[in-house]
Design a protein around this ligand. Sequence first.
Ligand code: 5GP
Ligand code: ZN
Length: 118
Amino acid sequence: MSAATSECLFCKIARKEIPAVPVYEDDSLLAFKDIFPQAPVHLLLIPKAHCEGLADMTPGIAETVGRLPQVAARLAQEHGVAASGWRLLSNNGPDSGQSVFHLHFHLLGGKPLGGKLC
Ligand code: 5GP
Ligand code: ZN
């Protein structure tokens, strides 16, 4: 295991070394509840394999991430926000406010999220 992977918070969650509330899991993708929710529905979707962000994806991770919007749509349905609306976003790098450097996507919904992107 590389140093980045052994120390990474979301790798530890993927390995079940740190508890989280899972809402979806398959071989290469995991979704769980955000510990500090910013909306009534706030889920995090991650490839289980480590990479820092969208610029660092291997072809295998890119394949996993290609499936991710469909999984997000299903989770939005299951969490009751499919009709009211939801947002899927990934922060990458300092100006975005990325704080965990394992690629992840926020699924937010359950309240008006605002019309502005930034
Ligand atoms: P970022 O700011 O990097 O885009 O998002 C990181 C997200 O991870 C934040 O929304 C934060 O609340 C969440 N987070 C940080 N630590 C933990 C944790 O230990 N467990 C869970 N479930 N979420 C976490
Ligand atoms: Zn990681």
